[in-house]
Design a protein around this ligand. Sequence first.
Ligand code: C5P
Length: 403
Amino acid sequence: MTILNQKQILLGITGGIAAYKSVELLRLLKKAGANVDVAMTAAALRFVGKTTFEVLSENPVITDLWEDSHGSVAHIDVAARCDAAVIAPATANCIAKLAHGLADDALTTTFLAVTAPILICPAMNTHMYENIRVQRNLDILEQDGVHILDPDTGTLACKTTGPGRLPDPWVIVDRIVHMLTAQDFAGRQVLVSAGPTLEPIDPVRFLSNHSSGKMGYAVARAAEMRGASVTLVTGPVNVTPPVGVNTVFVQTCNDMAEAMLAHMDAADIIIQVAAVADFRPDQQKNLKIKKTSDQDGMTLTLVQNPDILKTMGDCKRPDQFLVGFAAETHDLAASAVKKIEKKHLDMIAANRVGGEDTGFQTDTNKLSVFLKDGSQTDIPLMDKQAVAHSLLDIILAQLERRR
Ligand code: C5P
């Protein structure tokens, strides 16, 4: 269940070609459990019909201030009841009007009455978007506390290439969730690692493991949602990088060590979730190793990789909070506690691998979290995003205690 469940969202749609994407945005908001009121400008109605939004939102759509609203003032009601409001797409015209407090149609009048957080998603021709007057109006809105989602860069409907494209609807939903989430990690720098490492044997073969990266990505996403400035160092995985996170892509353990140590100094909290390969081939062949017909087998010599977590534990400052992960098949508590001591950690999160719904590749997990003093907190089986939030709750409680 997401934070959007049972929330009241006001969706404003203005007249840009990207208005068709607002249909999907509405669908995603509804799927997440939100109740959505829609307000559209006359120009938006030229791109997508009102009926589509009425059917999908299951609410009347506000297009006209003068329509019969059964005795109540509909636009004031929806403005008052929303928990968050978003305009997607937002045209230059609508941005200008909002920046200057103009209210000459149903949408701008409604948004002027909103006291909940507002997200504006500009989408327009690149030259329009880069026009100093549009940028100035966006600055005014930002200074007023309105959230702005920068447009994507790409080829636009007008055939121009540059910034101006409305981001994918899931990104807009992600930013609405961000707006609704308590910013209890604001001002904190979080460094997270995720995924497996990949240790090449020759140009086509490698050693790796089954880590999907889902847990590490969930931790990075949760920290960013709660206001942290997050760097994610990731091995090769098939997961979309979280929005708003500085993501650094690496392959080998040595690459990961270099990236983690380069970002370590700036971090307050370091969470090493990655399933780093303990060994790598002693040498990487430049050419593909060929089999010969008289060959019975082949021997691969492995050398030990650096222990990144231990290296960080050995050099961490007292104000930094270092968290390790331990994937175990047995003796969870005993080996987790041993690792806290050996690697000079503040905390370790142990999970049992090999279960059906925990560990590698799964969307759910459960963790046993151990602190230096030996105390244990169990995070029950949940989806990995919820597990990540519980883990951050424990870290935050520890940091509050240090004050
Ligand atoms: O000792 P073990 O590999 O079980 O410890 C797991 C923890 O150590 C994880 O946080 C993992 O990311 C980290 N680790 C590391 N470098 C390695 C091996 C493991 O940072 N070479």
